[in-house]
Ligand binder design. Structure first.
Ligand SMILES: Cc1ncc(COP(=O)(O)O)c(C=O)c1O
Length: 447
């Protein structure tokens, strides 16, 4: 046991140590070599050390350096060292974090982490929450509470009776809602195509004057942090209108919810605390390992009613909080451990520094690129930058060349008809020197 874990630690250390000097994108040869893994299932057992060695030699070179300092794709940070270490320890514990009576340590830690999160994000103190696999499932989970609540208000029990014959729910989102939010709504039987999409402005913010009349039962889905621009919907006026009509307001804050923990960005999310439910990712801006998202519901009872189960063989009756009462899964890993470790280690000040540094670095990217004559397509309010290097074809060719060059990795997008490169700054590991080195590479390649 000791030898293989020690070997894994050495290999992981060597891998992480090499991230600063290797190209961010894996070499095509390393990706092609993955074919060597395509062998029949071994008929006999073998030395586990051999298995680990193959994993490292064949797969490590074929990974994208997402844990490194110059990966700027998809708004996903790298994992903080303390969270990787906590993840290893939690893997050694091998806890099934479903029920308090069976896994008191992991369950207790999650309760502490949730209390800290609710305080940090300024959510109502009685908010209920669950640790899920990411924002897609966090949206799904919180919206299950929404579905339950708005239907219960008109006398329908959706958990018992399903949606057949239920009063129709009006579901409203912005035109720039993340596609996974639509998927979550679809998985809840609310239909991807029947959603009412509200027009947005040039940054992707919902226009309050375009909000249709809401009649209960209704759910309004807002967004904290557009995946392209980083923009926030104007929460105060929208939530006021929605609540006056008895609608439930949900906010997808996959990365933008963390702005609440950054004094310099907090104003962007003013009024967010008035909503009824929220979803976020910890594997994005809190920089913990995948997979880690959190669903919050102001009405903890509604979330529990949508998610809890009982079974004669399970000790579900408990004076304590059972983690699985608040998540779609029964069995799952104790992913709250890494959230706890990140919060405990960073503290409020450390997290604010990380978030504000990334915002400042995004502004520096925008300034450096616009100074060189390239067009920035968004107002850089958070950690997202959209840059066009010319027309669509030229922008795409610069992105491809930059990915091949290897200093950094950024992806492409089309923002309201214009092709752009997305720069998402969300990693604890990104220093100001990394930003300057990346800017140099961008300007060299684009030039
Ligand atoms: C606003 C928003 N919502 C939802 C998601 C989906 O998150 P996940 O991939 O963690 O499920 C993302 C991912 O980038 C996002 O930006």
């Amino acid at each position: 046991m000791y030898d293989i874990l020690h070997d894994a630690a050495l290999r992981a250390h060597r891998y992480l140590d090499g991230l600063n000097t290797r190209p961010v994108c894996p070499a095509p040869g390393a990706v092609a070599a993955l074919r060597e893994l395509d062998v029949p299932l071994p008929p006999e057992a073998r030395d586990p050390a051999e298995t680990l060695a193959l994993l490292d030699t064949a797969v490590s070179p074929a990974t994208m350096a997402m844990a490194g300092p110059r990966f700027f794709g998809f708004v996903i940070g790298g994992a903080l060292p303390v969270t990787v270490a906590a993840n290893w320890l939690a893997a050694a514990w091998d806890q099934n974090a479903a029920l308090y009576e069976v896994t008191p340590g992991a369950s207790h830690l999650e309760e502490v982490a949730l209390r800290w999160l609710i305080d940090l994000l300024g959510l109502p103190p009685a908010t209920g929450a669950g640790f899920v696999s990411g924002a897609t499932v966090a949206n799904f989970t919180a919206l299950a509470a929404a579905r339950r609540s708005v239907l219960a208000n008109v006398g329908w029990n959706v958990e018992a009776d399903g949606l057949f014959g239920a009063p129709p729910i009006t579901v409203v989102t912005g035109a720039e809602a993340h596609p996974t939010l639509l998927k979550s709504l679809g998985m809840l039987g609310l239909g991807r195509s029947r959603i009412v999409r509200v027009p947005v402005d040039g940054q992707g913010r919902m226009r309050p004057e375009a909000l249709p009349k809401l009649t209960a039962p209704a759910i309004l889905c807002l967004q904290a942090g557009n995946v392209n621009t980083g923009a926030f919907d104007p929460f105060k006026p929208l939530i006021e209108i929605a609540h006056a009509s008895g609608a439930w307001v949900h906010i997808d804050g996959a990365f933008g919810l963390w702005a609440r923990a950054a004094p310099l960005a907090r104003h962007l999310a003013d009024g967010l605390e008035q909503a009824d439910s929220w979803a976020t990712d910890a594997h994005k801006w809190l920089n913990v390992p995948y997979d880690s998202g959190i669903a919050f519901s102001r009405d903890a009872h509604a979330l529990r009613a949508a998610m809890a189960i009982t079974a004669d063989y399970l000790p579900t009756d408990s004076p304590h909080r059972n983690p699985s009462d608040f998540t779609p899964e029964l069995s799952r890993r104790a992913r709250g451990v890494e959230v706890w470790a990140a919060l405990h280690s960073l503290g409020k000040a450390g997290l604010a520094e990380l978030l504000e540094r990334n915002c400042r670095q995004a502004k520096r990217f925008a300034q450096g690129l616009s100074g060189a004559g390239y067009r920035i397509l968004n107002e850089v309010v958070l950690n997202q930058v959209l840059v066009a290097f010319g027309d669509a074809e030229r922008t795409r060719s610069v992105i491809a060349a930059l990915q091949r060059e290897g200093t950094c990795w950024c992806g492409a997008t089309v923002w309201q008809g214009q092709t752009a490169m997305r720069i998402s700054v969300s990693s604890w590991a990104t220093t100001d020197a990394d930003v300057e080195r990346t800017l140099d590479a961008m300007l060299r390649v684009a030039g």
